[in-house]
Design a protein around this ligand. Structure first.
Ligand SMILES: [Mg+2]
Length: 383
């Protein structure tokens, strides 16, 4: 049985040519942390983490690597539980007198859950490689194309609405049947006008999602939803302020016929659970590369499937396609970035990118997640 021998990180970051904005944040670079786990019999598994600060996350991965060295490399659930248990107090935990590190600081939770994610994904890659099977086949899925849409419309300060309309129309021209617009950066009236400009430019046959990044309280969000309802909107993503809860999403859902999507910012399945079980959301977007990893994403997906909520993971299509493939009854699809200028890392990191054609991701037959990393690229852009 392979044992975990070594855990390493490779942080990668590329400055963007132009600074972009979501409604909430400035984006100056495109970044990822690759996690490499090696076994004592020579298998290398690779995970990826989207999070910050990169240095803090890499430090947690290194610390966790020491704690899991010698564990069975295919025991991804056992590793997950051992690391997650450190996030809570336990009898005898003060001062680490029981020989295990003391409970981890509350303020570090996002970085800790990101570190667990990267290690967990690398272990799933190892599970596939040691079995000689792609991850989707380990999960009992068949090889089939997975629907994907393209995200764009990141704000360039002062740009006219037509810039975004042209950008999203270019994704549709490249074959995407659904496109997602960043929105929420202005007043309800300004944003409704911007969304209308995009809808008019892309025409009626392309689905249009709105990625809002939590810009409004409940009253403004209901007003916005009513303003854009005539524009045939596929979903409203992260519509409400960050502190609002499933009960608030239930009220929004009752006030608009546009379905709601949420999940990319949730750290564990336990907070996603109440969004799903309350009936507030129709699409769940838990991101294995941000928090909790593939193991946690599978748990979220299984719950979603039982509640008739569609699985639509945030980013990393080459990885999340394996997850979505395993839930044919409730698979919506995965997110792609339509534009290398927005995400040069995702477009340059792999020697062979997963094939995206006709608005579908075509997963291959290579073992694990099938990612061939371009190490020259990773070294050149090491953070
Ligand atoms: Mg989003």
């Amino acid at each position: 049985m392979s044992k975990i021998a070594e855990v390493k990180t490779h942080p990668v970051s590329i400055p963007l040519e132009h600074t972009l904005w979501t409604a909430h944040e400035e984006l100056k670079d495109s970044s990822v942390i690759l996690v490499e786990v090696r076994t004592d019999d020579g298998i290398a598994g690779y995970g990826q983490i989207h999070g910050s600060p990169q240095k803090a996350i890499c430090d947690w991965v290194a610390r966790f690597g020491e704690l899991i060295r010698g564990m069975e490399a295919t025991a991804s659930v056992a590793v997950w539980e051992r690391l997650f248990a450190l996030t809570s107090p336990r009898p005898g935990g003060m001062g680490g007198r029981d020989g295990v590190p003391p409970p981890l600081p509350r303020g570090a939770r996002p970085q800790v859950m990101a570190a667990i994610a990267g290690i967990d994904i690398a272990l799933w890659d190892i599970r596939g490689k040691s079995a000689g099977l792609p991850v989707y086949r380990l999960l009992g899925a068949e090889k089939r194309p997975i629907f994907t849409y393209a995200t764009g419309g990141y704000y360039r300060l002062g740009a006219p609405d037509g810039v975004y309309a042209d950008e999203l129309a270019s994704f549709a021209a490249a074959g995407f049947r659904a496109v997602k617009l960043k929105t929420g950066g202005g007043t309800v009236a300004d944003e409704a006008r911007r969304v209308r400009a995009v809808r008019e430019r892309i025409g009626g046959s392309v689905s249009l999602m709105l990625d809002m990044n939590a810009p409004y309280d409940l009253a403004d969000c209901i007003a916005f939803a009513h303003a854009v309802e005539p524009l045939d909107i596929f979903w409203l993503e992260e519509p409400l302020h960050w502190y609002l809860q499933p009960a608030d999403f239930v009220k929004l859902a009752a006030a608009t016929r546009i379905p709601l999507a949420h999940g990319e910012r949730e750290l564990t399945r336990f907070t996603v659970r109440d969004f799903i079980a309350s009936g507030a959301i129709r699409y769940v977007q838990f991101d294995a590369t941000r928090y909790g990893g593939f193991t946690e994403a599978l748990r979220v997906a299984a719950l979603a499937e039982q509640h008739g909520v569609m699985i639509a993971p945030h980013t990393a299509p080459e990885l999340h396609a394996h997850l979505v493939a395993a839930f044919p009854r409730s698979s919506f699809g995965v997110e792609s970035h339509g534009d290398a200028a927005r995400d040069p890392v995702a477009h340059g990191l792999f020697r062979e990118r997963v094939e995206v054609r006709d608005s579908h991701v075509h997963i291959g037959d290579r073992p694990g997640f099938g990612m061939e990393i371009d190490w020259e690229f990773a070294k050149r852009h090491r953070a």
